[in-house]
Design a protein around this ligand. Structure first.
Ligand code: GLU
Length: 622
């Protein structure tokens, strides 16, 4: 097994689509159906409330898209059919999600995208992460109850999405922003049909939405969440998008729209009589003026002949998925139970993520070492036949790596390190992980691919709509460590980007795109992406099966968080190895696509989670 990790561009190779791959990590030797534990999952059926026309799998030619929402997928398809490329379509879909999935995405949020450029045969990424205002210090959240920060001006980061769309279109698109926004404007004007998921998300937020006049007016028409089947229009957002297209990003980044954002953050439009404690924000117009989206080299690991590209810090997505893949590649099969090594590799990678990853402009992140073969091998030594004690301490990614102790080949090394402080440094964060955020994938007829994670952090962001503008503000700054936590790489700082878990991922084989995948779900994003790759390449599942399969998320916590069906299927064998589980109804809501060969593309969304997603192709037949 060779694993080689580095950052940078992909070597130029001819674009020919590939068909099949056997194993990404070599972790599980027998085919998936060889044992009852690895039996392929039966695909769950779409729920009755999935929108009409919403199908989770589509195969065909000429371009493909998968998002959580039919209108957003249609927006991307429309742009592809008009001759736009994958980046044009990705921006159109993202802007449309700002209308139909406004609690997960929007122009005042942020995100990360990974792009495969078919002409240059290279992978690059754009960081549109929100930043802290310059007045924010390391102690800004100390003593602030998390729940109070969630609905506040204080947690609103300087929005990144508009700058990201602009940079993405200028670098890789063919259309101006005004054109890419057109489908979203139409949906906002015409309205969209409220489905069960939207209704439920509104109801869960109703308590805080009612505390802001602007939010209540838009999302609680008549005082309650809009009924399933009703049509919700957002003419304010249509007008905002239209004006943004006309005036350009500077309207937000230092202009009049920016001034309105700042005023809302500093003096939220609180409903008279509300007793909610609402902390004002620190954002100034100068913070907006200073904002830049950043093009960054992707993270890159090579595992079993596959090149896996992801998002570099300030996201921990690429480094943690990449490190875990490296550990798995170095581990091989260690136990009778499939997915044991998956959980253990994830535990170790999270220990390192928590200890070392933050905004690289503020923290010296040992990224190359975290993704190196030597470090992966050293970490893999810790994986034995049974679950390791928790929490695992972080490793030392310093370039000097010891071979596995002879007494415990490929594992079993004592992880109960005496350095309790170090151990705690790697332990799971306290922050609860919910189902917020969204992810989309697009491929075009030329073979360009975009994997794009967008978010306003929690479902509903900070709960505050900018009056008259039709969009919610993010509460991304709650992704910082609140502290006190001396030495933590993710403490707030002036202008700093909070550490993310978003993990848009593109896999190449022989320099050609094979697969793209990503998911929402806070820190579970990382494990969802990792598990889908393991399902697809090690457990022999098809991509739709890999997405539908029950999930578990081990993030260096004593108990692994898992969906009930995971515990049912894998629980007995894993519990016998010392794993314990807590259950949660759903983890993630992934979208993905795979090149099947001879220009055929398969787009895949969730069949059930979060109400099911929407996959579309430009043409089902060649
Ligand atoms: N704020 C999260 C992150 O960047 C994304 C939102 C979520 O899925 O929780 O990791």
């Amino acid at each position: 097994m060779r694993i080689k990790a580095h950052r940078g561009a992909v070597a130029p190779l001819t674009l020919v689509l590939v068909t099949s791959v056997t194993s990404i990590t070599g972790l599980v030797a027998p085919p998936a159906h060889a044992t009852p534990e690895t039996a392929l999952p039966r695909l769950p059926q779409a729920p009755p409330h999935a929108g009409a026309g919403k199908v989770p799998v589509a195969e065909g030619y000429g371009g493909a898209v998968a998002t959580v929402d039919l209108d957003a997928s249609k927006a991307a398809l429309k742009i592809l059919k008009q001759g736009g490329n994958a980046m044009d379509a990705a921006v159109a879909a993202a802007a449309t999600l700002g209308v139909t999935e406004p609690y997960s995405a929007g122009l005042a949020g942020g995100g990360f995208l990974v792009h495969y450029d078919a002409r240059k045969r290279s992978v690059s990424t754009i960081d549109g992460r929100e930043t802290a205002p310059r007045a924010m210090t390391a102690t800004a959240f100390e003593g602030v109850p998390f729940a109070e920060a969630v609905t506040s001006g204080l947690s609103a980061g300087v929005p990144g999405s508009v700058a990201q769309w602009d940079l993405a279109l200028r670098r890789f698109g063919t259309m101006p922003l005004s054109r890419a926004l057109r489908p979203a404007i139409q949906v906002a004007e015409r309205g969209f049909v409220v489905d069960q998921t939207f209704h439920d998300q509104t109801a869960e937020n109703a308590d805080r939405f009612k505390d802001f006049t602007s939010t209540a007016r838009l999302y609680l028409p008549g005082g309650s969440p809009p009924a399933v089947g009703s049509v919700l229009r957002n003419p304010d957002l249509a007008a905002t998008y239209r004006e943004l297209g006309r005036r350009g990003p500077s309207w937000l980044y230092g202009g009049a729209l920016g001034a309105e954002v700042v005023a809302t953050v500093k003096r939220p439009p609180v409903t008279p009589g509300s007793s909610r404690v609402i902390r004002p924000g620190l954002m100034e117009l100068s913070d907006l003026r200073a904002y830049r989206a950043i093009e960054r080299p992707p993270t890159h690991v090579t595992v079993s002949g596959l090149d896996v590209y992801g998002m570099a810090p300030p996201s921990s997505g690429g480094s943690t998925v990449g490190e875990a893949l490296g550990i798995l590649a170095a581990t091989g099969e260690t136990a009778a139970a499939p997915l044991h090594a998956y959980l253990e590799a994830s535990r170790l990678a999270f220990a390192d993520r928590n200890a070392y990853v933050g905004d690289p402009a503020y923290v010296d992140v040992p990224l190359d070492e975290l993704l190196s073969e030597g470090f992966a091998k050293e970490r893999a030594c810790l994986i034995g036949p049974a679950a390791m004690p928790n929490p695992a301490p972080p490793g030392t990614p310093d370039g000097t790596y010891a071979p596995c102790p002879a007494a415990s080949p490929a594992g079993g090394r004592d992880t109960t390190a005496p350095d309790k402080g170090a151990q705690e440094k790697g332990a799971q964060e306290e922050k609860p992980e919910g189902p917020e955020t969204t992810h989309l994938v697009v491929a075009d007829r030329w073979g360009n691919v975009v994997a794009y994670n967008i978010t306003i952090e929690q479902t509903g962001g900070n709960g505050i709509v900018v009056p008259g503008r039709g969009f919610l503000l993010n509460n991304e700054l709650t992704d910082f460590t609140f502290g006190p936590a001396p030495g933590d790489p993710n403490l707030p700082g002036p202008g700093k980007r909070p550490r993310s878990s978003m993990a848009p991922t593109i896999v190449l084989k022989d320099g050609r795109p094979l697969l793209a995948v990503g998911s929402p779900g806070g820190a579970t994003i990382i494990t969802t992406v990792l598990q889908i790759l393991v399902n697809r390449f090690d457990l022999g599942m098809s991509l739709p099966e890999a997405l539908a399969a029950p999930r578990a998320s081990q993030r260096n916590a004593a108990a692994t968080q898992a969906e009930p069906a995971f515990v049912e299927r894998y629980g007995p064998a894993l519990t016998a190895l010392g794993h314990t589980f807590t259950t949660t109804p759903e983890i993630g809501a992934a979208t993905a696509l795979e090149f099947l060969g001879r220009d055929r593309v398969q787009a895949v969304a969730e069949p059930v989670r979060r109400g099911g997603g929407s996959a579309l192709v430009v043409s089902p037949a060649r």
